[in-house]
Design a protein around this ligand. Structure first.
Ligand code: MG
Length: 377
């Protein structure tokens, strides 16, 4: 039987690649719902090709554009947050791909877990802002979470068949971003265009800037803490500019397992969508003779303080990580809009964190309130 898949964020970078995987396995995967913001031309093509039952859109304006482009559309169209929840809980879906950046999909991700859907998780905010809450629901509903991120996919693969109690530490690799070798004195003059040039991965703008500040790695540390249930002292970040080792696990006996491969997100996406089943790679492989060398270095926290802020926020817990995330989103937006320079991104984040008084998280409302607070702080 085909597995029904609902994709939250179908017109984004991860959503498009997830649909590419679906089209490779038409006898196994079937798209039942698509949720998108307002990228109507791409969505129209996706609807024509995958014929979902349900389409969730952010705005009424988007709906009107969609109806104009596809007058005979059979799918039910629902606008606003209600549409996201419907797409996340649609009975015909067995798996929900959560790939909308930001806090927007938090309620929908929780609703999907409560509806006992498998989760293929790309949205960092789900674990960063609401990790405790989300993982509690995951455990209570006995659902599986398949990470769509090269690092967490790598760790999942290294842990296959291993006893979690034998983990010494996780070693998360970071490319170091485009400014690894740029002197810190130049950071105030860097432009968004320069920051958007990632050396090894092709990704959306927010995560590309976060890679340049190492905030992305910090958020991944917080995600790993929740996903794998380990203390922050057991999660290490190492700079590995070749991005060939996607992450590693060290065990108590001193053995280290690493997962390596071509830097192509479709590999971890396929692994997640097929529930950790190994299938043919259609896109390219790692050629060791071309790799030549693998290098490693310790992250420079003076140059990239965002990584440290993420560790500190994670250790504080409660609403602090939601604040970290929102403050970073705002700062990145301001940088992309040319309102602040690259060096100011960590300063802005730190200023908001310093003002925040961490609260315990009892419900999603606490998370959303902290998120909203941080955006205006
Ligand atoms: Mg990553």
């Amino acid at each position: 039987m085909k597995k029904g898949i609902s994709i939250l964020g179908s017109t984004g970078s991860i959503g498009k690649q997830a649909l590419e995987i679906v089209s490779i396995y038409p006898s196994r995967l079937n798209v039942v719902a698509l949720a998108a913001r307002n990228d109507i031309p791409i969505l129209v093509e996706q609807i024509k090709k995958f014929q979902p039952q349900l389409v969730a859109l952010a705005t009424e304006e988007g709906k009107q554009k969609l109806l104009a482009a596809l007058p005979g559309i059979k799918a039910e169209i629902i606008v606003g947050p209600e549409g996201l929840i419907k797409a996340a809980t649609i009975p015909t879906a067995k798996m929900v791909v959560v790939a909308i950046p930001g806090a927007a999909p938090l309620s929908a991700a929780l609703a999907a877990v409560q509806a006992k859907k498998e989760i293929a998780l790309a949205t960092k905010e789900v674990l960063v802002a609401a990790g405790e809450l989300f993982m509690k629901e995951v455990a209570a509903n006995k659902v599986k979470v398949f990470p769509i991120d090269s690092e967490h996919s790598a760790i999942t693969q290294c842990l296959r068949g291993e006893d979690r109690k034998t983990i010494k530490k996780l070693i998360i690799t970071a490319s170091g971003g485009p400014f690894l070798k740029t002197p810190v004195e130049k950071f105030a003059t860097l432009t968004a265009k320069e920051a958007l040039k990632h050396p090894t991965w092709k990704m959306g703008p927010k995560v590309t800037i976060d890679s340049a500040t190492l905030m992305n790695k910090g958020l991944e540390v917080i995600e790993a803490h929740h996903l794998f249930g380990l203390d922050y002292s057991q999660i290490e970040v190492v700079i590995h500019p070749e991005s060939t080792i996607h992450s590693m696990v060290e065990f108590i006996d001193g053995s280290i397992l690493a997962q390596l491969g071509a830097p192509d997100m479709r590999i971890p996406i396929q692994y997640a969508l097929l529930e950790e089943e190994r299938q043919q790679n259609m896109w390219g492989r790692l050629d060791f003779t071309k790799v030549a060398q693998l290098t490693f270095q310790r992250p420079d926290l003076n140059k990239f303080p965002c990584l440290q802020y993420a560790y500190e926020a994670g250790q504080k817990g409660g609403t602090t990580t939601a604040v970290l995330n929102a403050a970073s989103e705002v700062a990145v937006r301001q940088f992309l809009d040319g309102k602040i320079n690259f060096a100011e991104i960590p300063q802005r984040v730190k200023a908001v964190l310093d003002k925040h008084e961490s609260q315990p998280i009892a419900s999603l409302d606490n998370v959303l309130a902290a998120d909203a607070w941080a955006r205006t702080a």
